[in-house]
Write a new protein. Structure first.
Lengths: 395, 90
């Protein structure tokens, strides 16, 4: 059924179609309407699930961990300070190998206080052992939630996943969304059936103490699982396309990259704007392309290396900054490229922090800049885009 | 002996409760209860952060296998019937 909905409703309906059995959440701007909608669906009986209102995000994740350990499919949603408050238990979820799915509406961290889009909250969780999917449309939000459960729950993976919506740009903007039929989703995603779960008649302790002689082996298993997730994501998406007739481009979505001289790599909703800019440049005869980093964890190292082998210049746009280092997408891209057969010019552009618009004009200037530095054969490492007081004008 | 990663479950699972871990060994002071002064208010039992106090007929029995000697019970006791005594000797 084709309908019109916000990214937040796409999240809520994604969780409903995936038949989440336990939902525990705490409201935070701009995630609130996800939880409101789910509470509504549970209250009216449209969704048969336990809805647990909690007193903090730490408790929300703790409740999901407990319910998932007992064999339930769980869902939660948060944003920004809520996500960072969860940090400790995020690591518990992945270490305990619980395939929890969560939406994070990516929002800036304070101070300065801000409720607008910025990826620092999500990027700061990159080492927690969660898969991370950055979305560019509301359709992708809904579809990725359904796909994520299948990837997460598959044998050989058993890890949690975070579906990332850009604050307001996706969360509160209505777009056409195709709501798949429940029967089709059921045929794609079977009920959650873990091999081991907590049972009343069979008490067990999960995630108990191990000594230094055994800790590394457990960590290695998680590393293997994340590696396995890479292939599983591709396989599940192929299956999804066969049933629902659409996909979202795997871990690294390439747009007009095949004969490109330079490519912009970016994550989230800005990629959709950048595709229009690519078309405009192509119309003028400039060979540029866009690579959308859809999965940040597992990171598509092989895909980036293959892309780098085709191009002369790579612009990497980060909507957050890792103080003392550079943009997180940039450092990953550069690390991938280093071990590849060809090392193009790579430059980092920091833009759009705290909800600052990344306009087609700004993206155009980034393409022009990467074309120039690529021709020159060298680039400054990191450039902050559209900062008042810096010499370069971006508006 | 260290097991191969392939032999291990997804996450460590134990079949014994954590009460098997005897954690009272690092105590340097211990609570001593003067039962004759106890008013059976159970405040010590409620405040013990490690559930190391059990009640028998309303009177506290300190489980020294788990008590870490924090002294909260002695501090909270309104009847002042718990005193913290230095661990000496063995």
């Amino acid at each position: 059924m084709r309908t019109v909905m916000t990214g937040n409703y796409a999240s809520a309906y994604g969780a409903k179609l995936a038949r989440a059995e336990v939902i525990a959440a705490y409201p935070i701007t701009p995630q609130t309407s996800i939880v409101e909608k789910l509470a509504d669906l549970v209250a009216t009986g449209e969704l048969r699930a336990e809805f647990i209102p909690v007193e903090s995000e730490h408790s929300a994740m703790a409740a999901c961990i407990a319910a998932q350990t007992a064999g339930a499919r769980t869902y939660t949603a948060t944003s920004s300070h809520g996500l960072t408050l969860m940090h400790e238990v995020l690591m518990w979820a992945s270490g305990a190998r619980l395939p929890i799915v969560m939406t994070n509406v990516s929002r800036a961290m304070a101070p300065p206080w801000s409720v607008w889009v910025d990826h620092m909250d999500s990027v700061a969780q990159r080492d927690t052992g969660w898969m991370q999917f950055f979305c560019q449309s509301n359709q992708e939000v809904l579809d990725t939630i359904i796909m994520a459960y299948k990837v997460c729950e598959s044998r050989g993976v058993m890890l949690p996943a975070m579906i990332i919506e850009d604050a307001f740009i996706l969360s509160h903007t209505s777009e056409p969304v195709d709501m798949p039929e429940q029967e089709l989703v059921d045929s794609f995603l079977p009920a959650y059936a873990p091999e081991i779960k907590l049972e009343v008649g069979k008490p067990m302790g999960f995630g108990s103490l191990v000594k230094p002689d055994q800790y590394m082996e457990f960590r290695y298993k998680t590393a293997l699982a994340m590696k396995e997730a890479h292939d599983r994501i591709l396989r599940v998406e192929k299956e999804f396309r066969n049933i629902f007739g659409r996909d979202h481009g795997g871990l690294l979505e390439e747009y007009r990259c095949d004969d490109a001289d330079v490519v912009l790599a970016a994550a989230g909703s800005v990629a959709a704007t950048a595709k229009d800019v690519v078309d405009a440049f192509r119309a003028k005869g400039s060979r540029v392309g866009l690579a959308r980093i859809r999965a940040f964890r597992p990171f598509p190292h092989e895909e980036v290396r293959a892309l780098a082998a085709k191009v002369d210049g790579l612009a990497v746009l980060d909507r957050s900054y890792t103080f003392g280092a550079g943009g997180a997408m940039f450092t990953e891209v550069k690390a991938s490229v280093y071990s590849g057969p060809k090392r193009p010019v790579v430059k980092n552009y920091i833009a759009g922090l705290g909800g600052r618009d990344i306009t087609p004009k700004i993206l155009g200037l980034i393409f022009e800049d990467i074309l120039i530095v690529t021709r020159r054969g060298e680039a400054d490492e990191v450039e902050w885009v559209d900062v008042a007081g810096l010499p370069r004008r971006w508006r | 002996m260290t097991k191969s990663y392939e032999e291990l479950p997804l996450t460590p699972i134990s079949n014994t409760p954590s009460t098997m871990n005897i954690t009272g060994l690092w105590r340097v002071i211990r609570p001593v209860v003067d039962v004759s002064k106890c008013k059976k208010c159970t405040i010590c039992w409620k405040f013990c952060p490690d559930a190391a106090i059990r009640l028998e007929d309303g009177v506290p029995i300190v489980e020294l296998r788990y008590c870490k000697g924090c002294g909260i019970c002695a501090n909270e006791c309104p009847a002042k019937c718990i005193v913290m005594v230095k661990e000496v000797g063995e």
